[in-house]
Design a protein around this ligand. Structure first.
Ligand code: ZN
Length: 211
């Protein structure tokens, strides 16, 4: 989806959500690049918790990258948005605090286009705050789908392959895969070699989803 600016000083919120490996960050980078090509001033932020990528870049799994600024809180982000910025991009929205929706509203009210990408569900398939609140207030929503690693159907769940109670496990190559609703199993399994997969290898989740 490409949104064109119909009138000056008209802000809005776009949200891009989906599972891991669904291309959320690629879609975010694509939209931001198009704005840059149109010579719009773009600022890009990510949460400091995302240690997957370089300090100054947003990097997709396919190695698309765009310079960004890591911020510790959404309030700090609000302070850093400059007056002449036209487009604000935010990656890994699910790792921000619960103020992110109101901060995005405030930025959009200043006449800026706000684009937020993030996971809509955690590894248990539960809504991943604050993304549900952002989805409720956004003008435009894009849900990206991955392909199920088990059956090949469209996938909107993120399957964790290793046990562990932390909701946030960043960096994820080998720890997660995309699954459809049929193949998704919220009890994380040890990931043995296929030949050694046994019922004993499936472990219960040791902790509750909210940490
Ligand atoms: Zn499947």
């Amino acid at each position: 989806m490409d949104v064109v600016r119909h009138q000056p000083n008209q802000g809005w919120i776009e949200v891009i959500v989906g599972s891991m490996f669904s291309g959320k960050t690629e879609e975010l980078i694509r939209r931001l690049r198009r704005a840059q090509i149109a010579r719009q001033k773009v600022q890009i932020f990510k949460p400091t918790v995302d240690t997957r990528s370089d300090d100054d870049d947003i990097v997709s799994h396919s190695e698309m990258r765009i310079p960004s600024r890591a911020v510790a809180s959404s309030r700090l982000l609000l302070d850093l948005v400059e007056g002449d910025t036209e487009v604000v991009g935010i990656d890994e929205g699910q790792f921000f605090d619960q103020d992110l929706p109101s901060v995005c509203n405030a930025v959009a009210d200043r006449g800026k286009r706000v684009i937020v990408a993030g996971l809509d569900q955690d590894y248990l398939g539960k809504p991943f705050e604050p993304m549900p609140q952002l989805l409720a207030i956004a003008e435009y929503i894009t849900k990206t789908l991955a392909i199920c690693m088990v059956c090949g159907n469209p996938a909107n769940r993120t399957q964790r392959l290793v046990p562990g109670g932390d909701r946030v496990l960043v960096g994820a190559q080998g720890l997660y895969e995309a699954r459809c609703r049929v193949c998704f199993d919220p009890a994380p399994a040890v990931a043995p070699a296929p030949a050694s997969r046994t019922p004993e290898s499936r472990l219960p989740n040791p902790r509750s989803p909210k940490v």
